[in-house]
Ligand binder design. Sequence first.
Ligand code: KIV
Length: 256
Amino acid sequence: MVTAYDYTMASLCDAGGVDVLLVGDSLGMVVQGHDSTLPVTVDEIAYHTRAVARGAQRAHVVADMPFLSFQVSATQALENAGKLVKEGMAESVKLEGGVEIAEHVMRICRAGIPVLGHVGLTPQSVHALGGYKVQGKGDAAGRIIEDAIALQEAGVYGIVLEAIPPDLAAQVTAAVDVPTIGIGAGPSCDGQVLVCYDMLAMTMGHTPKFAKQFAQLGDQVRGAMAQYVEEVRDGSFPGAEHCYKPNTPKANLVVA
Ligand code: KIV
């Protein structure tokens, strides 16, 4: 699984064999430039999900439910999940949280919308968690296992485990029957997810420890832009090979 937010990136990820495209609310940070995911709206997720769905030939498309789009009531959660499926063309939705949202997850699942859970570091709770920190250390580990079990009982088809120690991720994976998908949760999860801009080294700020950079596209984009600017300024671009055929005026022909 990787995140994608637009048609072109979704098409490339799909062609590369990625199984699941997540339209994450991380778009608030990497696409919109906010310092958290909190300002993202349901309409914005729906807009980006429609673009991603057009690029997904075979990958499954999951839309993230943004902050306060599902916590208020089970009815609110179902209405917004429905909107992401009807208007956003999502095939499933992802919700952050555990025991406290299990009833809302159940209501969405019962309406026929598949739900992906998300426990551990839940970025929508960044202020309550005191920052983007590793979760589940010490006694807090038991709570994460309880959350995962509650989500499974509510009907999720999988659970994202974010920023927890690898041994705890292994315990959660053993405790539930549904697949776990890790991000900063080590190798014992059933699958992995990364933010596409992190794995392609296209971010402006800090790259998390767990985000392996599989390409250096940020450097390549900067280099390409610098070369373009230089060639436009010195007149070497556009060259003859980038121009249409000259329009030879008939007036130049000599009539005998
Ligand atoms: O919004 C997002 O990109 C996510 C992933 C980090 C799992 O939730």
